[in-house]
Design a protein around this ligand. Structure first.
Ligand SMILES: C[S@@+](CC[C@H](N)C(=O)[O-])C[C@H]1O[C@@H](n2cnc3c(N)ncnc32)[C@H](O)[C@@H]1O
Length: 280
């Protein structure tokens, strides 16, 4: 692991206590049906857009490495860059059970994604940033870094919380007061983001996927696809995956790739492709 780096001053929103809650809550979440749906749908979309392995993948905020290990098993060389030592420790623990070949294809780097250019350099075939923007006060700077470190023609994959449909989970769970507050907060007009206390008990923001797309276009990346994640299962709390998992995944996938369903998914998954740099 490389040496710890300090975060930018404006990133104080996510600090030690939040990191700790995230690290301990996130591992439990990953095993639930909602967690499995999220990771499996993301992998399916990635494999439709990434170049075939081998290729160099940077996972910014890759956390405990769930997606990174899957890609490394498929033959990609994966670098996970994450500021949270607890998350990286879990990633290391999980890797101790993996095949030596998979372990060799994963590098863990401790550091803030805003510093990715100096920490891990550029020219990546794929740059992932999944479930990170919601913990930042403003997504624009990190989106610029993602585009900067991606090779021309490379893929940028961003997963975040969808601000357009925050009330849906509360409504389907029968939490009617929460539903009304969230409906009041939704950004029907110009407001870019909405904050709420998420499932992991830490404050997190949501964004309108169209605004994230616009920011990525401004950073030099063309939109290729937009998927919704957890249209049909988001209200199921900590329900574990059941024997019908494959059918659930297929239903979620088909709903998440089309309108109007993807518009009300809990999470958006955007795929962009880095434009070639302008000639001098
Ligand atoms: C909810 S976890 C998501 C982990 C993984 N990407 C996934 O989808 O399973 C959020 C991760 O974002 C990381 N994170 C928070 N702020 C970050 C930043 N400024 N740069 C990079 N990663 C950050 C946290 O340490 C944590 O590992």
């Amino acid at each position: 692991m490389t040496a710890p780096r300090s975060r930018p001053a404006d990133n104080s929103w996510v600090q030690g206590a939040v990191d700790h809650a995230l690290a301990s809550g996130y591992q439990a979440h990953t095993a639930t049906l909602r967690g499995v749906v999220r990771q499996r749908l993301v992998t399916r979309a990635l494999l439709a857009h990434l170049p075939t392995p081998p290729g160099r993948i940077l996972d910014v905020g890759g956390g405990e490495g769930t997606q990174g290990r899957t890609l490394a098993r498929l033959g990609y060389e994966v670098t996970i860059c994450d500021p949270d030592p607890a998350m990286l420790r879990r990633a290391e623990e999980q890797l101790s059970d993996a095949d030596a070949a998979v372990r060799d294809r994963i590098t863990l780097v401790r550091g803030d994604g805003h510093d990715a250019g100096s920490l891990v350099g550029g020219g990546w075939d794929g740059v992932l940033c999944h479930g990170v923007l919601m913990y930042l006060p403003d997504p624009a700077a990190l989106l610029h870094v993602l585009a900067e470190v991606t090779a021309a023609g490379g893929v940028i994959s961003v997963v975040g919380k969808n601000a357009s449909a925050l009330a849906l989970r509360a409504g389907l769970q029968g939490r009617w007061h929460d539903t009304l507050s969230l409906l009041d907060e939704e950004p029907h007009t110009a407001a870019p983001t909405v904050a709420e206390i998420g499932n992991l008990g830490v404050p997190s923001r949501a964004d309108d996927p169209r605004q994230i797309q616009d920011l990525l276009v401004a950073a030099g990346a063309e939109p290729r696809a937009w998927y919704g994640i957890r249209v049909l299962t988001d209200h199921l709390g900590d329900t574990p995956p059941g024997p019908d998992l494959d059918t659930v995944l297929e239903a979620e996938w088909r709903a998440g790739e089309r309108d109007p369903y993807r518009q009300v998914a809990r999470l958006y998954h955007l795929i962009h492709q880095r434009r070639p740099l302008d000639p001098w």
